[in-house]
Design a binder for this molecule. Structure first.
Ligand code: ADP
Ligand code: MG
Length: 387
């Protein structure tokens, strides 16, 4: 689960981190009062959406007068913001954050991630902050500093010194990075974070370290432990198809292609996406209906796939282990009776009760292509979608 910048900054403040006080606005009639509450000469108006790259897309504006701030906030609320991370359709801005402008001397990059290779929470930092960190990593890998934290001993002062050296921090700011990271590490562990990114962390003109942006993702599997975090969820920022899927306990991730996939088991779902790509197609989604899917789940999965206007064909790839092929087949047939399936469907069933399953499909008189091998399945659907 992701949260907004203003919520992430509230959390950082709870952990004792120095962040200038800001105001979040949901409605244009709140703007004037909010702006009047600041006594800073420069205000920064920031669109709150669950995507980065706002600065370059017109979602972060620096204003020198309250009147300017007002104009920016009015224009931003309700606007459709397109950034590198939103996709071409963009996202509607439903809340705006206003905070004091900070005098920036240097922008740094700082993040905490879980490194599965070393099984550690790892701090990633760079002197090249404020910009696309993926690009820095690609073009100047030497400018990326990695500091793994041993989970047993936790964050230690030497980690801070290593970061201070790597980031070439001015003398005054040197202690700051250690205490900042100590607090961030505690937040990461206590709230079960999956990722925390501060880009930029800035050195101000008086050598203070201040996070100007904050992005946090939580580990969904641990959310049940944190009702305070669950309360921060903004469903309007999530893909409606993914919300529907989570209600039926389906593992669904929306993707950019046009071949809908319905598969049981995450590994088989990955393999299915791979083989579609190998044969020149693009999957529209990852969907794992789970090991013990019911007819209702299969129906729900079909509905979700078909609700995606980009889908031009569907590939059903089921291996019947615990799951029985006849149950899947019946689910498909029932789904087809309930809604109009307007795209070609290729079904590959193998395993438990496969003959029964095929029989149900054949007798249904539905316009389905049944195939036996995974390669046939992929080439058939890729050709059907192209045709
Ligand atoms: P995004 O990453 O979505 O583009 P940021 O919050 O990182 O949004 O803002 C983009 C840039 O705007 C920052 O790199 C920084 O240069 C500037 N900026 C953001 N907030 C402030 C602020 N409070 N004071 C001064 N400059 C800011
Ligand atoms: Mg940023």
């Amino acid at each position: 689960m992701n949260i907004h910048e203003h919520q992430a900054k509230d959390l950082l403040r709870q952990y004792g981190i120095n962040i200038p006080e800001g105001k979040v606005i949901f409605n244009t009639n709140e703007i004037e009062l909010a702006i009047a509450s600041f006594n800073a000469p420069v205000l920064v108006v920031k669109a709150q959406i669950h995507a980065g790259g706002r600065g370059k897309g017109g979602g972060v504006e620096v204003s020198k007068t309250p009147a300017d701030a007002n104009t920016y906030a009015q224009a931003m609320l309700g606007m459709n913001l397109v950034t590198k991370q939103t996709g071409a359709s963009g996202k509607r801005v439903q809340r705006v954050y206003i905070e004091p402008g900070v005098n920036i001397k240097k922008e740094l990059y700082l993040s905490f991630v879980i490194d599965r290779e070393t099984s550690n929470i790892t701090i990633i930092a760079s002197t090249e902050g404020g910009m696309d960190i993926e690009e820095v990593a690609e073009k100047h890998p030497d400018k990326i500093i990695k500091v793994p934290i041993n989970p047993v001993t936790g964050f230690q002062p030497f980690h801070g010194r290593r970061l201070a050296k790597g980031l070439k921090l001015p003398l005054n700011a040197k202690d700051g990075i250690g205490s900042l990271c100590q607090k961030l590490f505690r937040l990461f562990v206590e709230k079960d974070l999956a990722m925390l990114e501060i880009n930029p962390l800035v050195i101000t003109s008086d050598d203070a370290l201040i996070p100007l942006d904050a992005k946090i993702s939580f580990d969904d599997n641990a959310l049940f432990r944190h009702p305070d975090i669950q309360a921060l969820r903004d469903l309007t920022e999530e893909d409606p198809k993914e919300i529907a899927a989570s209600k039926f306990d389906l593992n669904y991730v929306s993707l950019d292609g046009n071949i809908g996939c319905m598969v049981n088991g995450a590994g088989l779902a990955m393999a299915t996406m791979d083989i579609i790509k190998l044969h020149g197609g693009e999957p529209a989604n990852f969907l794992d209906v789970g090991g013990g899917a019911t007819k209702e789940k299969v129906q729900a999965a079909f509905k979700i796939i078909l609700s995606d206007p980009a889908v031009r064909g569907i590939l059903v790839n089921i291996f019947g282990g615990i799951m029985r092929c006849d149950v899947i087949a019946q689910g498909i047939v029932d789904a087809a009776h309930e809604m109009e399936i307007h795209v070609p469907v290729v079904v590959r069933l193998q395993g438990t009760n496969v003959d029964l399953g095929k029989d149900i499909l054949t007798r249904s008189n539905l316009n389905l292509h049944t195939v036996d091998s995974l390669t046939d399945a992929a080439t058939t659907i890729v050709n059907a979608v192209k045709g």
